[in-house]
Structures are given as structure tokens and as C-alpha cells.
Design a protein around this ligand. Structure first.
Ligand SMILES: Cc1cc2nc3c(=O)[nH]c(=O)nc-3n(C[C@H](O)[C@H](O)[C@H](O)COP(=O)(O)O)c2cc1C
Ligand code: SF4
Length: 552
């Protein structure tokens, strides 16, 4: 959308936000009543509002008619726990009342499901009668521990409001240039996937001229296997919020927003509580600590679309547009939310920025190397002997990460998918040759990404795993570019047939499809899915030879 049209648009603003309004209407009404009123209030066409609303899984009537949702993320799928779980929920609630949701972030215990606004997992299903009655049950927490010489993300230096006030007071009285220099010296790169240097991003935005700027925290962690952002939002919320406030101070912004996925109700609750406490103490709002610096924070709740983790789709979503990916440049640092200069950072990047300011940039840069510096949160699924989330130094040999920290596996595992559904599928023998390092993973044909680890058991058919990847992409593609929109469905179709044994996979055609998607897609959703699929064909092709035909 052009800058002028955007400036004229009635949809501008984080207060009385259009996306929030659309979501509320849809979640609270059974029919289309209210759409016209929203359209009138925001000076938009009815079809525009309908176009935005119909994009989201949670806002569809078919979704809203269901009561419980079983997690269909990769980790839960590999654990084999979900079919019996679904059966039990259907017995209790009725066949048509149980749907699916993509990754609830309980990969360390599986059997994950969502019921009436809450997530449950592990042995919680044994208490389903109490849950249905509306009783609060005691739930197990994930295990977390730092293995770093200096902890930047898991320490206890910012757990209460007194600590927060002291640190905030120090840094809003520090020269902005000095804060940028600390981030640049630390070599912190973005933890959300693209790996752009955080200090450089803040500096670009600081230099962009505009009366209004925004800070966005990308808390749409949708990668299956990942629950590290969830850990930070729920257990270290002050670190995340401090990162946003100090970013606002540095770039000259007075407003920020956390886009938190709706699949994480506890994270939303934790951040909401924290924002309210900060406001009460005058640590958020007008003239913070008596300084000429005001900053306010808002929350936007995602409505079940994986693509909203991609920054341009996320911005479109907050603006109340269909969450389709936009062509870059312009990048958000110059034309972001409502076309204003915007820093979009991942949850872990913001928390790490806080850790760096508290502990010193030199300590962070001394770990790992220039392009993969500091510490990283790594998540282990339930196949590990020590499932949970751990802070690990970059550069640590993967053999040590998997065996010493993760404790090895409970049963034979043939491969790991690291970095979410778009990350590489790595045979165990290959992963043990690598170190925890973004560039090393990429050079070997994989991707470290968010460092979430999903274990693929020895007896899990790779045809089914590829089917799962294509199905995920087909379901979640935003539809903006045709290689992504069509390619994901054609891939799913091939593997539907292979899975049902109605046709063999035409290998030549599959390879052509993968190359087309890799080269032609607008973004890394459908554009990166060929990576894990090509990895599987390379390392596990033999396993699938009976399902393939070579020449057509
Ligand atoms: C399909 C897709 C999904 C993404 N999902 C996320 C996500 O869940 N969280 C995130 O922080 N970044 C995600 N990203 C990356 C963002 O577009 C963006 O690069 C990131 O939020 C920038 O923050 P950082 O510099 O701190 O990493 C995704 C990118 C793509 C292409
Ligand atoms: S690659 Fe997929 S998700 Fe990305 S723009 Fe194209 S259709 Fe949308």
C-alpha cells in the first residue's frame, strides 16, 4: 500500500486497534453482524474487513464451533501421542468438537491440547473430567537451566520491579550512542531467523527521520519444537519488556507492541500482568522516572496464522490487513508499522540486548565468534533424557549439546529437525560433526534458526514426515506468491497419494517443484521448505525408494 494511502487510512492506531476489533467481533458473534459497523467506524469497505477476518484460523466459524484442539506440531506428531489423545477428547466432547492447532509449545512432554482458552499437556489428559468441569489443575512446568559461563537470558538480575527501576534509571540516563555501541560491540545478531545485527537495526531506525516510530516484539513463535520465547515471556518477562523500552528510548519511539500468538495464553497473561505492574510504578507511560521520555506498550493477540511471524505479514496483521507478506525493500526500519520507522525484534533478541547491557558487551562477544556470538536458548523435545530449555554458549560442539546437556535419547533416533519446520533435517551422524553456530549449520546445508530440536524416531516413515511438511506449508502459506500458493498444494498432493498408496512420487517432478519453490517464492515459508525435504531425499532416499518413480 502506498505511503499516502496508508497515511489517510482510518485503520491507524494501536489503541482501538482494528485487528483487535475484528478479532473480538468474530470471536463473540455467531454470524456476520457487526462487520458493517466496523467498516463504517474505520472508513473501510465491508469486503476489506471480511478479507482480513477470513484470513485467520481462529476466526473461522468451523474453528469456533469446536471445543478442544489437539496439537499437530512436528514434535507431538513424532511422539505418536496425538491419535489416542484425540480419540479420548472426542469420546468426552463429541466427534465434531475436536480440531487441531499447530504447535502449542509443549514439545518437552507432548500429548498437548487446548481447551477453553488454556493449554494442557503430558498427564493433564488424565484429569480431563476436572478440566471440563472448569476446575484449575496443577500443571508441570518445563525444566530450564543455563550452561553458560555468564548467563544473559536466565539469570536473576531482572526478576523484580526494584531491580527493573535501578537498571532503567541507569540506562535512560546513558547516552543513546553508547547503548548502540554496546550492542554493536556485543555482535548480537537477531534470534528470529534472519540474523541481522541488532545494534545496526536500532541504529538505522534511530537515524530515520519521523515524528512517530514503533518498537515491535515478535512473539509469534510458531516453530514446532521451540518454546524458548515462551520461556522468556513467562519466566523472564521483565527482560523482554526492558529490551523494548530501552529500544524505544534509543530510536526515539513512544509506543511499542508485543504480537503474541494466541496459542500461548499463559504468555499473554504474564506479559499483561507485567505491563500493568510497570504502569502502576510509573516505569511505563508518560515521563518515565521524571525524564523527558514517554513510552507505552500494547499487546496484539495472534489468531492462528504461522505466517504472522514473518515481519511484513506481522505488520499487516497489526494494521488489520490480510496478513500477506510484503516485498522488501522498504524494510520496516524505514517504513514499518503504519509506514513509520519500526524496529521488529524477536523476543530472545530483546532479552539478550537487556542481558548485554546488564552484564557487558565484552562478555557476550567473548563467546563463540563474530557472526555467532554469545549464548542461545536451545529446546529439547520429549525424546531427550533431559527435555527442556537450556542456555548454551555459541560454538559448543553439538555432540556435547545433545549428549551432555540433553542427556542423549530415550529411544533410537535417526534424524533431528533443527530450527522449526523450515529448518534442516539432519541425520544424527552429521549433526555430531557440527558446533552450535549459525554459519556452520548453513554451510552444511541445514539451518540453526531458533535452535529448537525435534527428534525423528528410527521407525518414523520419512514419507510421512515430508507429507507433514508439505501439509503444514499448504495450510499456512499466505497465498501471496504463486510458487508458494500452488507449489505447497502440489507437493502435498504428491505425498497424499504416496501415503495412501494410490500413486508413486514422480522424483523428477518433485525435484523440479522443490527448485522452483526455492528460487521463486517471495518469502522463506514456502521458499525454505525445500531445504528439509531435500535433506531427507539426500540422506534417507533409500528408505523411500519403493514410493518413488525416477523418470516421470
Ligand atoms: C515464515 C517466517 C516465519 C517467521 N517467524 C518468526 C517468529 O515466529 N518469530 C520471530 O522472531 N521471527 C520470525 N521470522 C523472522 C522475522 O521475519 C524477522 O526477521 C524477525 O522477527 C526479526 O527479529 P530479529 O532481528 O530480532 O531476529 C519469520 C520469518 C519467516 C519468513
Ligand atoms: S512463499 Fe508462501 S507464505 Fe511466503 S509470500 Fe509466498 S505464498 Fe506467502
Amino acid at each position: 500500500m502506498s505511503k499516502n494511502i496508508s497515511n489517510l487510512s482510518g485503520r491507524i492506531g494501536l489503541k482501538k486497534n482494528l485487528f483487535e476489533k475484528i478479532s473480538e467481533r468474530s470471536l463473540n458473534s455467531k454470524d456476520s453482524s457487526g462487520i458493517k459497523e466496523i467498516a463504517n467506524e474505520y472508513h473501510m469497505g465491508v469486503s476489506t474487513i471480511h478479507g482480513a477476518e477470513s484470513f485467520y484460523e481462529f476466526l473461522r466459524p468451523s474453528h469456533r464451533a469446536k471445543k478442544a484442539f489437539v496439537c499437530n506440531g512436528s514434535a507431538c506428531m513424532c511422539s505418536g501421542t496425538q491419535e489416542p489423545l484425540k480419540k479420548k477428547l472426542k469420546e468426552k466432547l463429541g466427534d465434531d468438537k475436536v480440531g487441531e492447532m499447530f504447535c502449542l509449545g509443549h514439545c518437552y512432554e507432548n500429548k498437548a491440547f487446548h481447551y477453553d482458552g488454556e493449554n494442557y499437556a503430558g498427564n493433564d489428559i488424565d484429569k480431563i473430567d476436572d478440566i471440563i468441569k472448569g476446575e484449575k489443575i496443577t500443571q508441570e512446568k518445563f525444566f530450564s537451566k543455563s550452561f553458560a559461563s555468564t548467563s544473559f537470558l536466565m539469570d536473576d538480575k531482572l526478576l523484580n520491579l526494584d531491580q527493573f527501576k535501578d537498571v532503567l534509571n541507569k540506562f535512560i540516563n546513558t547516552d543513546k550512542q553508547e547503548i548502540i555501541k554496546s550492542l554493536l560491540d556485543s555482535n548480537l545478531t537477531g534470534r528470529g531467523g534472519a540474523g541481522f545485527p541488532a545494534g545496526m537495526k536500532w541504529d538505522f531506525c534511530r537515524k530515520a527521520e519521523s515524528e512517530k516510530k514503533y518498537v515491535i516484539c515478535n512473539a509469534d513463535e510458531g516453530d514446532s519444537g521451540a518454546f524458548s520465547d515462551r520461556y522468556l515471556l513467562e519466566d523472564q518477562p521483565l527482560k523482554v519488556l526492558f529490551g523494548m523500552i530501552i529500544c524505544g528510548y534509543v530510536i526515539g519511539s513512544d509506543e511499542g507492541v508485543l504480537y503474541i500468538r494466541g496459542e500461548y495464553p499463559k504468555s499473554i497473561e504474564a506479559i499483561n500482568g507485567c505491563i500493568n505492574s510497570l504502569k502502576k510504578e510509573g516505569l511505563l507511560g508518560k515521563n518515565i522516572l521524571g525524564k523527558n521520555f514517554s513510552f507505552d506498550l500494547n499487546i496484539c493477540i495472534g489468531q492462528g496464522a504461522y505466517i504472522c511471524g514473518e515481519e511484513t505479514a506481522l505488520i499487516a496483521s497489526i494494521e488489520g490487513r490480510r496478513a500477506e507478506v510484503d516485498v522488501r525493500p522498504p524494510f520496516p526500519v524505514t517504513e514499518g508499522l503504519y509506514k513509520k520507522p519500526t524496529v521488529v525484534n524477536n523476543v530472545e533478541t530483546l532479552a539478550a540486548a537487556t542481558g548485554i547491557l546488564i552484564n557487558g558487551a565484552d562478555k557476550f562477544s567473548a563467546i563463540g565468534n563474530k557472526k555467532s556470538a554469545g549464548t542461545k536458548l536451545v529446546c529439547f523435545d520429549s525424546f531427550f533424557n533431559n527435555p527442556g530449555v537450556y542456555e548454551v554458549e555459541m560454538g559448543t560442539p553439538m555432540k556435547k549439546v545433545l549428549n551432555d546437556i540433553g542427556g542423549g535419547f530415550k529411544e533410537p533416533i535417526k534424524a533431528l529437525q533443527i530450527g522449526g519446520p523450515l529448518g534442516g533435517v539432519i541425520p544424527i551422524s552429521e549433526v555430531e560433526k557440527l558446533n552450535l553456530d549459525f554459519q556452520e549449520f548453513t554451510a552444511a546445508g541445514f539451518m540453526l534458526g531458533h535452535a529448537s530440536i525435534v527428534s525423528i524416531p528410527k521407525d518414523f516413515p520419512m514419507v510421512e514426515y515430508i507429507h507433514h511438511l508439505f501439509e503444514f506449508t499448504a495450510e499456512e502459506s499466505c497465498g501471496k506468491c504463486f510458487p508458494g500458493r500452488l507449489g505447497s498444494y502440489r507437493g502435498k498432493e504428491m505425498f497424499d497419494q504416496a501415503k495412501n498408496k494410490t500413486a508413486k512420487i514422480p522424483l523428477k517432478l518433485l525435484n523440479e517443484l522443490l527448485v522452483t519453490m526455492k528460487k521463486g517464492c517471495l518469502c522463506a515459508l514456502c521458499g525454505a521448505i525445500p531445504t528439509p525435504i531435500m535433506n531427507i531425499l539426500k540422506y534417507f532416499g533409500d528408505e523411500m525408494k519403493d514410493d518413488m518413480v525416477k523418470d516421470n
